[in-house]
Design a protein around this ligand. Structure first.
Ligand code: F6R
Length: 576
């Protein structure tokens, strides 16, 4: 969370930074700020709110400057306020700094710093004073190396030095990508921030820092030794993401599902075929398969376990934030991290931890060249394109599809070769009914979604969406568990959505249990003629998920909620 950007070059620094921040806004949208160095002075502007609303407050375009840094914040230490917004400036005004991550020993460092003028409650501000204090012999790099030695926690940091008109960046645990363009060097938390400027990217590894000499990038390790980094060439569409004619990214991204699924199908059959086979072989060869993920990606992992168990492969799924408390990884383990961003801190920690114990890593990610992809022995990309809405929608569908293809490559189970079309119809043919249902449910405060077998992870996923986007308290649960407690909450008209694939008659008695207590049951099932479902039953998990996504969207829209940027959340969770 938090997006950081930096620029050193001949373009308009403020403009480059504002464009980068717009593309990084999914990482946090509490406040934003930029600093540029001009005439050997720092010029800084920051404000609270979303970038579109505060853009004019951050305008420094009139400053002639070749170096600058910017930040979009998701608050961790300290409330959402202008004081706590980044960049932070050192006492003498020479340095400005932006930070993504959490510094664990900031209080200790602050005490040791002694007399400095602190103006915020953040851990990050400590770093800029540290750099100032330790650069007193004039050498910023010495200060950076000392910081890297003493700091505990995670960070990617950009420092602007107004005296030398330079940008320094350093990384440990949070991502830092550097774009090498014809008009300068671009520093950012992710590569999309500068995709319009260059295809050549260097990724910093942990305990590395970078600086600019002349206009050349120099990367060093924490001991000051130069590291030879070869830029990777990234192929991407130069078009900026936009909503086209859609009011919200969430709705646009749900409607993109058929096309991104088609793209994924093609790559799994062609360019990713070898990796699919390698992944399959690794699943077969390892004694222990452990999926790990967070949020929506965890729900995809639960389905992974379901499919693999059916295919005769023992697997389990662990929530990444609890990984260390439950895992027993060893050299017979294949860890399968599933992550849209490939940057979720808890998942990265689980990968690091398992690797140390000798596990192999086979990952499923979306964002190309992400940290998790780079840490893996084999990786499958779900190829869903950039997802802007905080809620994962199209990426969840592509995660499910990838997992289904992996398991069917083991047991030969059927999958719907015409799934993309079936899902297109699912969206189109159910829209009116879903809008009606959204109207009916939009004032509800509590909602239950029940499923069994393959429908259980989907029940949890729909509930998660209802919470984060529609702000409805929703519980997604195993239908058979109702009678062990939750049934006590069912009263007249309590809404209960049941997910009933064809042939799953065992859930019928659970539906009866809630109905006989007065619940208002909504059956998402091919047997309910109110809804259109694809004929093939393997499509049920996909189709019912889409109905849940659409229901969430239309409730949130009806209630005027900030659909793409729900309160208190950020898309990429890069802190623990
Ligand atoms: C929910 C959502 C989050 C993410 C979670 C993991 O709609 O998007 O729950 O699924 O933060 O993120 P990734 O998949 O990037 O690791």
């Amino acid at each position: 969370m938090c997006g950081i950007a930096g620029y050193y070059g001949s373009g308009n620094t403020c403009e480059v930074l504002l464009n980068s921040l717009k593309r990084l806004e999914y990482r946090g949208y509490d406040s934003a700020g930029i600093a540029v160095s001009s005439d050997f002075e720092i010029h800084i502007k920051k404000a609270v709110g979303e970038l579109d609303d505060i853009k004019s407050d951050l305008d420094l375009k009139d400053k002639k400057s070749k170096a600058g840094i910017g930040h979009t914040r998701w608050a961790t230490h300290g409330e959402v306020s202008e004081e706590n917004a980044h960049p932070h400036v050192s006492c003498c005004g020479r340095f400005a700094l932006v930070h993504n991550g959490i510094l664990e020993n900031w209080e200790e460092m602050k005490r040791e710093l002694g007399e400095h003028r602190f103006t915020s409650e953040t851990d990050s501000e400590v770093v800029v004073h540290f750099i100032e204090q330790r650069s007193q012999d004039g050498c910023v790099e010495t200060a950076i190396r000392e910081f890297m030695k003493e700091a505990k926690g995670s960070y990617s940091i950009a420092v602007l030095d107004s005296k030398r008109e330079e940008v320094f960046v350093m990384k440990n645990g949070s991502p830092m990508a550097i774009g090498i363009g014809s008009d300068g060097l671009f520093f950012a938390s992710d590569i999309h921030a500068f995709s319009e400027h260059t295809e050549n990217v260097v990724f910093l590894d942990d305990n590395e820092y970078a600086t600019v000499r002349g206009s050349e990038l120099v990367v060093k390790n924490h001991k000051g030794k130069i590291v030879d980094k070869q830029p990777k060439t990234i192929k991407w569409s130069k078009k900026s993401p936009n909503k086209k004619n859609f009011e919200h990214y969430m709705y646009k991204e749900i409607n993109e599902i058929p096309s991104v699924l088609r793209k994924l199908e093609k790559t799994l059959d062609r360019s990713q075929k070898n990796d699919l086979n390698k992944f399959r072989d690794m699943l077969k060869e390892h004694e222990k398969i452990i999926f790990t993920a967070s949020g929506t990606s965890y729900h995809a992992s639960l389905l992974g376990v379901y499919f693999l168990q059916k295919a005769g492969i023992e697997a389990q799924a662990l929530i990444a934030s609890e990984f260390k408390n439950y895992e027993r990884a060893d050299d017979k383990t294949l860890l399968v991290p599933v992550s849209q961003s490939g940057e979720t801190k808890d998942v990265i920690e689980a990968v690091n931890h398992s690797r140390k114990k000798g596990a192999d890593i086979a990952s499923i990610t979306n964002v190309p060249h992400s940290t998790i992809e780079r840490m893996s022995d084999v990786n499958l990309r779900i190829n869903a394109g950039q997802e802007i809405c905080v809620a994962a929608t199209k990426t969840f569908i592509n995660q499910l599809y990838t997992i289904m293809r992996l398991s069917s490559s083991i047991d030969g189970a059927n999958y719907n070769a015409d799934l993309a079309n079936a899902l297109k119809n699912t969206i189109q043919k159910n829209e009116d009914k879903i809008k009606e249902l959204a109207e009916e449910l939009s004032d509800e405060e509590d909602l239950y979604i029940i499923g069994k077998g393959e429908a259980y992870p989907i029940a949890r996923e729909i509930a998660l969406k209802l919470k984060e986007i529609a702000y409805i308290h929703a519980e997604g649960m195993m239908a058979g568990e109702l009678k062990h407690g939750t049934l006590a909450l069912i009263e007249d008209n309590t809404p209960v959505v049941s997910l009933i694939p064809d042939g799953n008659s065992s859930i019928a008695s659970n539906v009866k249990e809630v109905e006989s207590r007065g619940a208002n049951t909504i059956k998402l099932s091919p047997h309910n003629k109110d809804f259109w479902f694809p004929e093939r039953n393997e499509s049920f998990v996909f189709a019912s998920t889409i109905l849940g996504f659409l229901l969430t969207y239309w409730i949130a829209k009806r209630n005027g909620l900030p659909i793409d940027k729900p309160r208190n959340l950020a898309k990429s969770v890069t802190v623990q």
